[in-house]
Write a protein that binds this ligand. Structure first.
Ligand SMILES: *Cc1c(COP(=O)(O)O)cnc(C)c1O
Length: 392
């Protein structure tokens, strides 16, 4: 029962543009029935017709068609070789650091996501790996931090929550010279705005919970790799750790990806308007947003992305104002996470960056006056009106 949707017409989609690829995915529709919405293969195991004859699917922990459709779609959108979908961004990152051996050293962005810091500090330091946190925007500092045993660079750009920018092309060249892998956490911009593999990254990771899914209703993680030996590592990790994304959750992320381009455009547009409004507000001391021409990373951002995304951080005039804002927002929700349709406001000091060491937090500027906001896709006039009343 092979029809037009069958596996081997993969190449028919090769020349499509990004927005079309996001809609049509890898297989797109079901090869068996032609169902336009890719089926949720809600099964733990797969029947063998006879001894030695398998459909290629044996057990969902190893491989499931719905998860595979998501994985292939992400490999296409990031321009990588193979993708892997995990039960969370943390689970994806656990597998990334699973590449390390005793004695290996890693360089990471200094305001890396708190959970990533925790993986390094609490788990992989125990197995004898070491970690140095460095401002990835300062290439001299990056070079200085390299050791003979440096095996990996782990970069977020823009960073969370300080919106610092790293030059992926230049860091990739430095990593290659050091014989190290470059991993980029592309959660904030997604492949719609930034494609790290084309700029030299070896592995791209995502919290799929954020923009990829986009509706604040799933926790998921993605890794896309560029080499067969890396693919084998991730495949093995998923098989042994049992951390693959469930079929229904895979389907929700696939469904989210269909509208990723539309949502990212709206997040981007809304965030610019809010950033400009915040910058003029008398209670706002500083706005961190890579789309401002006077942002230190503006030129690098322009050279490697096609948009600035939907994230803004800002510092208020006092702790009181910050707490009033968090308590008084009405439409905007005071909640952890980001990248969904709803605007969310977060207090990094006690939420996302609670695990970051106080001295690093202080140095970065994550203090009691500091707020992060994920701009949703609501009417921007309502977002601004809500901020205005909550800051009054
Ligand atoms: C949320 C997040 C993670 C962790 O992902 P989960 O899906 O919450 O496990 C990793 N990196 C960044 C940049 C994030 O925002």
């Amino acid at each position: 029962m092979i029809n037009d949707c069958y596996y081997d017409d993969f190449d028919k989609k090769e020349n499509l543009h990004f927005d079309s690829k996001a809609v049509h995915g890898a297989l797109g529709c079901d090869p068996m029935t032609g169902a336009v919405s890719f089926p949720i293969f809600q099964t733990a195991t797969f029947r063998h017709r006879e001894f030695g004859v398998s459909t290629g699917y044996n057990y969902t922990r190893l491989l499931n068609p719905t998860r595979q459709e998501l994985e292939r779609t992400m490999a296409i959108l990031e321009g990588g070789l193979e993708g892997f979908a995990f039960s969370s961004g943390q689970a994806a990152n656990m597998c990334v650091f699973g590449l390390l051996k005793k004695g290996d050293h890693v360089l990471l962005s200094d305001d890396i996501y708190g959970g990533t810091f925790r993986i390094c500090d609490e788990i992989f330091s125990q197995v004898g790996a070491s970690f140095t946190y460095v401002d990835m925007g300062d290439l001299a500092a990056v070079k200085e931090a390299i050791r003979p045993e440096t095996r990996m660079f782990f970069v977020e750009t823009p960073t969370n929550p300080m919106m610092k920018v790293a030059d992926i092309r230049k860091i990739s060249a430095i990593a290659k010279e050091a014989g190290a892998l470059l991993v980029v956490d592309n959660t904030f911009l997604t492949p719609y705005f930034q494609q790290p593999i084309a700029l030299g990254a070896d592995i791209v990771v995502h919290s799929g919970t954020k923009y990829l899914c986009g509706h604040n209703d799933v926790v998921a993680g993605i890794a896309v790799v560029t080499a067969p030996e890396l693919a084998a590592h991730f495949q093995g990790e998923m098989k042994s750790r049992g951390n693959g994304l469930a079929p229904f959750d895979s389907w929700l992320v696939l469904r989210g990806i269909k509208t990723l381009p539309l949502r990212m455009q709206k997040h981007n547009e809304n965030a610019r308007a809010v950033a400009e409004w915040l910058r003029r507000h008398p209670r706002v001391k500083k706005v961190y947003y890579a789309g401002f021409e006077d942002h230190a990373g503006y030129d690098v951002t322009k050279s490697q992305t096609t948009g600035f995304g939907g994230m803004i951080s800002f510092e208020l005039d006092s702790e009181e104002t910050a707490k009033r804002l968090l308590s008084n927002v009405k439409m905007i929700l005071f909640a952890e996470s980001l990248g969904g349709t709803e605007s969310l406001v977060t207090y990094p000091l006690t939420q996302t960056h609670e695990s970051t060491p106080p001295d690093i937090r202080e140095k970065l500027g994550i203090n009691e006056r500091f707020i992060r906001i994920s701009i949703g896709i609501e009417d921007v006039r309502d977002i601004i009106a809500d901020l205005e009343q909550a800051l009054a």
